[in-house]
Design a protein around this ligand. Structure first.
Ligand SMILES: [Zn+2]
Length: 444
């Protein structure tokens, strides 16, 4: 029998449909799979290693549908004020990504991967850029991800903004990664594209062809600001999503990230092709680009997932932001809760399950053993009907104590097991000055 682990004596939030809340409950793990979920007493006696949850909530690991591990060195970085979103790209992100070398890529990944484990995020879908260190960058990120022990879908952001050589190198890096990552349960690949506004038709066609060859989808920023639509209309005579559709880039495996400025016709194209949209409310607020019409997209049958755009690795923080911005925009305190919960707990789970070929985001026999013990000891009645309230207003306030991914304990009682955060911070701190110097030089 594979190594067994019992996480018991907790309040189990199974999630899934229909979800259950099991008092004095536990989760029995064998190898990388959940063997049983139920009352702790019924699961004992297997000789399994035991983690006592001490009455705290036990729930599935969380999933981030859009991350940028490479954004790490922006912390504390002084960049010039930007007048609009395009200037945010030009003055900050497109200078920071050019400043990264392969060691910078690796440590940029390790820092937020530690935060993923701390906040219970056991699966991420990352979108990477490092134009002066393209070849091998996804392998370095994969090394960091494998060390950390979580699941990750990786891709390189192809763009024409660094000339034809840069675009070719980006395509080659995606191709190399897709050939290497295979279809395992821990690593996955998409074909990254920065955004419609930075790729010409030839490059976009090459990305679509590569995705088809590997039976995967695109991971692309779409209509994040009005500039993406304006440039698409001016250069290609059509709106962004229509252009992606006509190029064959939409489909069930493609992630259309943001979709803040989309028309009704474009929403219909997303629905008709079953393309997943990823909402990133904190980033959208930070860049002042507007708020995606999530309720309308959902009502019309579009799958809307939740990501962080690199702003955080904490999915409960992001889900709360999704809830609050919706209420703020609608000027109604009674909207948005169902959408926020559905994005994070249902749609992200379905998306990640399809990508990794394992059932994720639910505690049930046969599902992947991605399990977290939170700090939240329910102090009001917890039922299947109010469990999301306990998560967004209880767990989110108290944090995560133990994180298990694929049956491996990555953090126990607040202590990281796979990563040494002190060593990682020192190594990142040693690299940051050179990275910031290259950032500063690029403005001169
Ligand atoms: Zn992004």
């Amino acid at each position: 029998m594979a190594t067994a682990l019992l996480i018991g004596n907790g309040t189990v939030f199974t999630l899934g449909n229909p979800g259950q809340v099991i008092e004095q409950g536990g989760v029995l793990i064998e190898g990388d799979t959940i063997a049983a979920v139920g009352p702790t007493d019924a699961l004992r006696g297997s000789g399994a290693q035991y983690i006592d949850a001490g009455g705290r909530a036990i729930m599935p690991g969380l999933i981030c549908a859009h991350h940028h591990l490479y954004s790490t060195f922006a912390c504390g970085l002084a960049s010039e004020p930007a007048a609009d979103f395009v200037e945010v790209l030009e003055k900050l992100w497109w200078r920071l990504d050019r400043a990264l070398d392969l060691d910078g890529v690796y440590y940029s990944a390790l820092v937020p991967l530690g935060r993923c484990i701390r906040s219970g995020t056991t699966t991420i879908i990352d979108h990477h850029a490092s134009p002066h260190a393209i070849a091998g960058s996804l392998s370095r990120i994969a090394d960091a991800v494998t060390e950390a022990g979580i699941r990750a879908s990786l891709c390189y952001e192809v763009t024409d903004r660094n000339g034809p050589e840069g675009a070719r190198a980006g395509l080659a890096e995606n191709a190399a990664w897709l050939a290497r990552c295979g279809r395992g349960p821990m690593l996955h690949g998409l074909v990254g594209v920065h955004a419609g506004m930075t790729v010409g038709d030839e490059t976009l066609a090459a990305c679509v062809a590569l995705a088809r060859e590997h039976k995967t989808g695109l991971h692309i920023h779409v209509a994040e600001s009005t500039a993406d639509q304006e440039r698409s209309l001016a250069r290609h005579g059509k709106r962004v999503i229509r252009r992606l559709h006509d190029a064959g880039g939409l489909g069930p495996q493609t992630l259309a990230v943001h979709c803040v400025h989309v028309s009704d016709d474009e929403i219909e194209l997303l629905r008709g092709t079953d393309t997943a949209v990823v909402h990133n409310p904190q980033s959208n607020m930070n860049n002042a680009v507007g708020c995606a019409r999530v309720p309308e997209m959902m009502a019309r049958g579009v799958r809307v997932c939740l990501g962080t755009d690199g702003m955080t690795s904490n999915m409960l923080e992001e889900a709360r932001a999704a809830l609050f911005v919706r209420r703020h925009v609608a000027q109604s305190p009674s909207v948005g809760f169902g959408e926020a919960a559905r994005m994070l707990f249902e749609n992200n789970a379905a998306l990640a399950s399809a990508f990794f070929g394992r059932k994720l985001g639910v505690l049930e026999p046969g599902a992947a053993a991605d399990v977290i013990v939170t700090e939240h000891r329910p102090f009001t009645p917890a039922t299947a009907a109010n469990v999301y309230g306990h998560i967004l207003f209880g767990v989110a306030a108290e944090g995560v104590r133990t994180t298990v991914c694929a049956g491996r304990v990555l953090m126990q009682d607040g202590e990281l097991r796979t990563l040494d955060p002190g060593r990682i911070a020192r190594a990142a701190r040693a690299l940051a000055p050179q990275t910031w110097e290259r950032f500063a030089d690029s403005a001169r």
